[in-house]
Design a protein around this ligand. Structure first.
Ligand code: MOS
Length: 697
């Protein structure tokens, strides 16, 4: 088993992004920046029926429109569409305007069908069926351990609550799509994706091409958060249009399309009953949940449409438990994995109930957690965090903050895997002039993959990170993992360690220089003569592991006259094994926390039950945190080199919303059990406005 150096020179130092200058200067090429001779624009015709039987699609008129070079239907023959925005056909033309005109003259013959878009409507036995052959809400899957019904009598405190979360949209800054170029030699596709290899295989499968005939390139991409693994219908359509037109086609979705058809986080409706012994030991847990994944199945899991349930009772162990989960189908786009699938939603439900229980027991919520937490690292994190945060001084009984603007604090926690993929391969080329190229078939979803690779290579070769040229985002490079599950850093770091270690040994052997690192580097490389040295390698055991904790403390101010919640501070205590580059790691934490603030306070897809349309399909009406909403984010990373590298992109997002919700309840003395915590919900909880019949939640 390999080991990281015990006295590193570069590892663990604050290395700025090696590709930062390329990004801020506009030199970084994203999929939509690709310019090719004869480039066409592609656009998609989408269903305006939330449900319909499509009988016929006639593209003849569209094909004859000026500037139009190709038109394709998603599917030949009759079919059923199940949500507003489902793809019907696509055109490619010389301009957006030409495409828009052509989309308008496509004739679609369809029979509208009844539909349902809200969870509470879809649950009803007489609701229109989203899928003909199955009820919208199947009976729950039940897991039962111990004796739930008998255990209540043994409890000193029992709490009950109903907690809900909303459907959220991923809304990466860069939309889905790409540029496809189909030639006699094969297909080259520049796709905005989290997985170049899975996109290559997806395109090859859908288009019946050999894998060797498909090349996928993603030099830079602007976020995916779980929604960008496969080629997507849009990627396949771009390729088909390119084939038909005999020209490259750029097809990027609009912000509107992003809100309809490329994934979302399922909602949840969680009924929780939780009981503990007098000393705070959790004893019994009774749970029911359903949420909607649209036309997808269940809570979306890593890498696919769904099926899996929320991980409950989340990080805790409860001897007597009954867990019933199901999902309700609605006529809306399918859910996709969304940053730590299931976990933030589970954390919100469970950690809310834990705080209610602490109040009932008269215990400090932090003490209750430490008492019931089986994970030693996290127990340590609670203590480290409490100290830094000043929990003892800041925590007071719920609702005792004076004045109209009340302050409160809350805490919540997370668990995640984040281990590396042993299939990862890599290659390094050392040139006679001393330059070094590391080539990896991974992609950077915005997390700093090039920088992580450069830091590791620099460490092993005794160079500076800026001397390493990291080439990624091309299926011609040795295979890398899809960037999901927070696996990229723990896949890449051990692989780069391996290839660079082998390359150094080979360089020393070939040139007779006994230590080619550092000062001797150029001399040794020159001795290579004319041939560069190319060495391949693979993920090495022992340099990464998985299984992290993570706790977050939140401090909020709640204006009881307006209902407005302001997050004043988030403290993050997170383990991630060996911290390769604190700067890169901290930027992951910032992103995760800000996304968690969005979940807590702002984000909610709103569906119109009468038209089936997403009512807030853009950045103006779908509220996301802006810079003014970002609080002080204090970060403590536990550096544990002996554990190797572990991913942290997802765990740092998990507990933020729960911690904020707990802080709001602590401030005002009543709980808003429904995310997002809007001013209206706060005022309603305070009894200051009449409860209105609301739509979704
Ligand atoms: Mo993810 S939700 O592992 O990109």
């Amino acid at each position: 088993m390999a080991e990281w150096p015990t006295q590193p020179k570069v590892l663990g130092t604050r290395v700025p992004r090696v590709d930062g200058p390329a990004k801020v200067s506009g030199q970084a090429r994203y999929s939509s920046d690709i310019q090719l001779p004869g480039l066409l624009i592609g656009m998609i015709l989408r269903s305006r029926w939330p449900a319909a039987r499509i009988l016929r699609i006639n593209l003849d008129k569209a094909r004859k429109m000026p500037g139009i070079k190709a038109a394709v239907a998603v599917q030949e023959g009759p079919r059923i569409v199940r949500f507003y925005g489902e793809e019907l056909a696509a055109v490619a033309g010389v301009s957006r305007e030409a495409c828009e005109d052509a989309l308008r003259v496509i004739e679609v013959e369809a029979e509208p069908l009844p539909f349902v878009v809200r969870e509470e409507d879809a649950k009803k036995p007489d609701a229109p069926r989203v899928w003909e052959q199955a009820p919208n809400m199947p009976p729950p899957r039940v897991q039962e351990t111990g004796n739930v019904d008998a255990a209540w009598a043994e409890c000193a405190a029992i709490v009950e609550g109903f907690y809900t979360t909303s459907v959220q949209l991923h809304h990466p800054m860069e939309p889905h799509g790409g540029t496809a170029h189909w030639t006699e030699e094969g297909l080259t596709a520049w796709i905005s994706t989290q997985g170049i290899a899975s996109v290559r295989d997806g395109l090859a499968g859908a288009l019946r091409l050999e894998q060797s005939k498909v090349r996928v390139i993603t030099e830079y991409m602007g976020g995916g958060f779980g929604s960008k693994f496969g080629p997507g219908v849009e990627g396949i359509l771009a390729a088909r249009l390119s084939r038909e037109a005999g020209a490259p086609v750029r097809l990027m979705l609009s912000r509107f399309e992003e809100s309809l058809a490329v994934g979302n986080r399922p909602s949840s409706f969680q009924r929780i009953k939780l009981g503990a012994k007098a000393d705070g030991t959790l004893h019994v847990f009774d749970y029911e949940n359903y949420g909607t994944a649209g036309i997808g199945a269940g809570q979306a899991t890593e890498g696919g449409g769904g099926g899996a349930d929320l991980p409950m009772p989340y990080i805790y162990q409860v001897p007597n438990r009954r867990i019933k989960q199901t999902a309700v189908a609605v006529n809306a786009g399918s859910a996709r994995p969304f940053r730590a699938p299931g976990h933030p939603v589970a954390s919100f439900g469970m950690e809310s109930a834990m705080d209610e229980l602490a109040v009932k027991l008269g215990m400090d919520p932090l003490e209750l957690r430490i008492k019931n937490d089986p994970f030693e690292i996290r127990r340590r994190e609670y203590k480290i965090g409490a100290e830094r945060f000043g929990w003892k001084e800041k925590y007071r009984k719920p609702g005792t903050s004076p004045g109209p603007v009340k302050v409160g604090v809350g805490v919540a926690s997370a668990t995640w895997g984040g281990g590396g993929s042993r299939n990862t391969r890599g290659e390094v080329q050392i040139n006679p002039d001393g330059t070094v190229e590391v080539r990896l078939g991974v992609q950077d979803i915005g997390t700093g993959t090039r920088t992580v690779a450069a830091v590791v290579a620099a460490e092993v070769l005794g160079l500076k990170p800026e001397q390493i040229h990291v080439k990624i985002g091309d299926t011609l490079y040795p295979l890398g993992p899809g960037s999901g599950g927070s696996v990229t850093a723990p896949s890449v770091a051990p692989t780069v360690f391996d290839v660079c270690t082998r390359a150094l040994e080979e360089l020393q052997k070939q040139t007779g220089v006994s230590d080619a690192r550092g000062d001797n580097w150029k001399t040794a490389c020159k001795k290579l003569g004319v041939n560069p040295l190319t060495v391949q390698g693979r993920w090495r055991e022992g340099l990464s592991s998985s299984g992290v904790g993570g706790v977050q403390f939140a401090e909020v101010a709640v204006d009881t006259e307006t209902g407005l919640v302001t997050v004043k501070k988030i403290l993050v205590v997170q383990d991630c094994g060996l911290v390769v580059d604190p700067l890169t790691a901290e930027s992951q934490v910032n992103g995760g926390v800000i996304m968690g603030i969005g979940m807590a306070l702002y984000e909610e897809r709103v569906m119109d039950w009468q038209t089936g349309l997403v009512l807030n399909p853009n950045y103006e009406t779908y509220k996301l945190p802006s810079i003014a909403d970002v609080p002080e984010i204090d970060i403590i990373l536990l550096n544990m080199p002996e554990r190797g590298v572990i991913g942290l992109g997802e765990p740092v997002h998990i507990p933020t919303a729960a911690a904020i919700a707990n802080a709001v309840a602590n401030a005002i003395g009543v709980r808003v059990p429904s995310l997002p915590i809007t001013p209206r919900k706060v005022l309603t909880a305070l009894g200051q406005v009449p409860v209105r019949r609301s739509s979704a939640t």
